[in-house]
Design a protein around this ligand. Structure first.
Ligand code: FPP
Length: 227
């Protein structure tokens, strides 16, 4: 068990490996993404048994538009289905939805669904933050631009305009599938986050993997540049 002072309040995950999961089974990539959503659902359900106050998931990057149109459509349809089917559960389980990224430029029906879901879950005590059409370079650039327009560029003023402004500081960043890179995810927020790269494909990720990651986090000594 993690002791409260070593508990990770904010965990972010780069959910990688859906395609390889499907390929290994000679299934279409879409099946990997579908299984990936099931892993998301189980993980969100398990949050109440952990100290995690905020879980941020990289669902669709601003670079993912480069994928074949069919795959992009699959991912967008999965998003529609996920919001529709899981919204009642979020509300019942006190989960607040938050979105990071340029999500307002997604298809109008998705924007409408997300706006409705944000409004309906606004009172939740635990946060599920979903990065959608997200890229960290764009996030930092727009934050700096807004800070400049207000007449003051400082660390604080930039942070106030990041999509994560009202989220706890990032404690732990996990990437699945064995790849070791950040792929333009939470570059600002990860400055002092602990990193964990797991050799498990996203559809195989279970709440037990999160429990293990939290235990490893509790063992790490964080010095934030001090000694
Ligand atoms: C990376 O696997 C995964 C993605 C690009 C999308 C992640 C999306 C989901 C898990 C489903 C939607 C999420 C929500 C919150 C409803 P990959 O396709 O790059 O895998 P590969 O590297 O093995 O090809």
């Amino acid at each position: 068990m993690t002791t409260p002072d070593k508990a990770a309040r904010h965990v972010a995950i780069i959910m990688d490996g859906n395609g390889r999961w499907a390929k290994r089974r000679h299934l279409p990539r879409a099946m990997g993404h579908r299984k990936g959503v099931e892993a998301v659902r189980e993980l969100v359900r398990s949050l109440k048994d952990t100290p995690v106050e905020c879980l941020t998931l990289y669902a669709f990057s601003s670079e993912n538009w480069k994928r074949p149109e069919e795959e992009v459509d699959d991912l967008m349809n999965l998003m529609r289905k996920f919001i529709k089917s899981d919204l009642p559960e979020f509300i019942a389980n006190d989960v607040r939805l938050h979105i990071l990224g340029d999500w307002r430029s997604l298809a109008p029906d998705i924007v409408e669904m997300l706006e409705d879901a944000l409004a309906q879950t606004a009172q939740g005590s635990r946060t599920l933050a979903v990065a959608l059409n997200y890229g960290a370079h764009a996030e930092i650039t727009q934050a700096a631009r807004k800070a400049a327009a207000e007449g003051e560029i400082s660390q604080e003023s930039i942070e106030r305009h990041l999509f994560s402004a009202d989220l706890p500081p990032l404690d732990l960043l996990i990437r699945t599938s064995g790849e070791v890179r950040l792929s333009n995810f939470l570059l600002w927020q990860a400055a002092y986050a602990e990193m964990l790269f797991l050799d498990v494909l996203w559809p195989d990720f279970t709440p037990d993997h999160l429990t293990g990651a939290l235990a490893e986090f509790a063992e790490r000594e964080r010095r934030f540049g001090g000694r």
